[in-house]
Design a binder for this molecule. Structure first.
Ligand code: 5GP
Ligand code: ZN
Length: 114
């Protein structure tokens, strides 16, 4: 998707602050962090929302969680605790329409989220 900002990060047009990368996912720091650690984990393949995941994408969906776990380890949050958030569509607050898993940590989290 040529007009997608996260695809531009995947193809190197924009250089994000990368925390972790493998063949299928990219993890980089959020521009407007909501916690001391705020990293976005994205699939390298463009999917607009989680509604686009198909049964054959199960492994990719799992890779996002495994990458988030890796980010938590890198950031020293795996034992302290961290939160994963996936916003889907307007009412959930999705602003960028390339699937991204937020990894937040480094401060106490409230529940329920606002
Ligand atoms: P959403 O509300 O769609 O779940 O989250 C979008 C996230 O992307 C926001 O936390 C926002 O700060 C982040 N974001 C938007 N544009 C950029 C950008 O150009 N670079 C980075 N690193 N993060 C971005
Ligand atoms: Zn994209």
């Amino acid at each position: 998707m040529s007009d997608c900002i996260f695809c531009k990060m995947v193809n190197g047009e924009i250089q994000p602050d990368v925390v972790y990368e493998d063949d299928q996912v990219l993890a980089f720091r959020d521009l407007n962090p909501q916690a001391p650690t705020h990293v976005l984990v994205i699939p390298k393949r463009h999917l607009s929302t989680t509604n686009d995941f198909q049964p054959e994408d199960a492994a990719l969906a799992g890779r996002l969680i495994l990458a988030a776990k890796k980010v938590a380890e890198i950031e020293g949050l795996d034992q302290r605790g961290y939160r994963m958030v996936l916003n889907c569509n307007a009412e959930a607050g999705q602003a960028v329409f390339h699937v991204h898993l937020h990894v937040l940590g480094g401060r106490a989290m409230k529940w329920p989220p606002g």
